[in-house]
Design a binder for this molecule. Structure first.
Ligand SMILES: NC(=O)c1ccc[n+]([C@@H]2O[C@H](COP(=O)([O-])OP(=O)(O)OC[C@H]3O[C@@H](n4cnc5c(N)ncnc54)[C@H](O)[C@@H]3O)[C@@H](O)[C@H]2O)c1
Length: 340
């Protein structure tokens, strides 16, 4: 069976593509290259340049390549940009997903893995957030992903599409410097760029009720995330389902802990500039990761060290990355040892 991977020229999509290839899944990439890079798509993989808003091109692609399932990552992802230009986000993420679902129905393509986000939760209440928690997204971006999930679930029920929506937590790192996140709005690229420019990284808020005052996030290595897509593709290929699954490590690091790790790995001074809290930044956002393990047989295996080392080498290819010191209670770098 052949898979269509929308957004396969993007940061996460390029990793998903490689994980699917490693699992012997045949893939065609569909991408409008608005933020993607065709250089991330190996020459042997067909790349259709088109928008998910363009039903005719989607229809032709689904038919020409006899697509049996879709892994749908194409979309816009910057929260602040979504606040400034919400209609663009609703068009790309909501109308784009709607168009894809319509064309899948017409072509009789019945398997879908959908890229959602922990942003659908808003500010969760508990230590970890389960898939059954209330969804109260706090940005047009988060709302556009939640509407996407609803459309996928409703289509799954009505037209027999088997689906898994993956709610990603904080995606970082890379498998290779050429596949790094160049988007620039997430913590890791911002910190790496600040260090490269000789500037201080900025931390938004150091007065949160956490162990060091900075926010807690569940950072997940993009290679682990990519492997979760393979597991989800196998599930929808195997049986009819309509599931929503968190994809995180299940444990959290504070932003200041990440900066310490970056300092250890890079040998640079990562003393931050503390700025006021940003509106809408939850204190703590950590996945309950049990369902992913139970349903997909998947769990994250790469720790903070692998995330930081790969991100640093991508931004500073000539660098020598150091190892993180071993924590007295266990390996400081592994997800299991991350203190929540
Ligand atoms: N990066 C994260 O931390 C994160 C977290 C949660 C969810 N996500 C979601 O994961 C997906 C991929 O994110 P990413 O970080 O790789 O971003 P990215 O910008 O690197 O990749 C998005 C890809 O989609 C393509 N694209 C955008 N609009 C399109 C359209 N209308 N038609 C066809 N292609 C289009 C872009 O050219 C790009 O290649 C997005 O849906 C994003 O919302 C990302």
């Amino acid at each position: 069976m052949r898979w269509l991977l929308t957004g396969g020229a993007g940061y996460i999509g390029a990793h998903v593509l490689r994980a699917m290839q490693a699992a012997d899944l045949e893939v065609v990439v569909f991408d409008d290259l608005s933020t993607g890079d065709p250089g991330r798509v190996p020459a042997a993989v067909p790349l259709v340049v088109g928008s998910i808003l363009d039903g005719a091109t989607l229809r032709r692609t689904l038919g020409d390549y006899q697509i049996g399932g879709v892994v749908h990552l194409a979309g816009k992802k910057a929260v602040a940009e979504s606040v400034a230009d919400p209609l663009r986000y609703y068009r790309e993420n909501v109308v784009g997903t709607l168009t894809l679902l319509e064309e899948m129905r017409t072509a009789g393509v019945g398997r879908l893995v959908f890229s959602s986000s922990a942003a659908v939760y808003g500010t969760p209440a508990g230590e970890t957030v389960e898939e059954t928690a209330a969804t109260r997204p706090e940005s047009p971006y988060g709302r556009s992903k939640l509407v996407g999930e609803w459309m996928v679930q409703d289509a799954a029920a009505a037209v027999g599409i088997s689906s898994v929506s993956l709610r990603y937590f904080n995606v970082v790192g890379c498998a290779d410097p050429t596949l790094a996140d160049t988007g620039g709005t997430n913590l890791f690229p911002l910190v790496m760029r600040a260090l490269m420019d000789g500037a201080r990284p900025v931390v938004y808020g150091a007065d949160y009720p956490t162990r060091d005052g900075s926010c807690i996030r569940d950072f997940i290595h993009v290679q682990d995330l990519a492997e979760a897509h393979v597991a989800a593709a196998r599930l929808v290929g195997w049986r009819r389902c309509a599931e929503t699954v968190n994809i995180g490590c299940g444990s959290g690091h504070t932003v200041l802990e990440v900066l310490d790790a970056v300092g250890e790995v890079t040998g640079r001074d990562t003393t931050p500039t503390i700025s006021p809290r940003r509106p809408g930044d939850p204190v703590r956002m950590v996945a309950a990761a049990v369902k992913a393990e139970r349903l997909l047989g998947w769990r994250a295996s790469r720790g903070l060290e692998a995330m930081v080392v790969s991100a640093w080498q991508a931004h500073h290819p000539d660098s020598v990355a150091r190892r993180l010191p071993v924590h007295p209670d266990g390996p400081a770098a592994g997800p299991a040892a991350a203190v929540a």
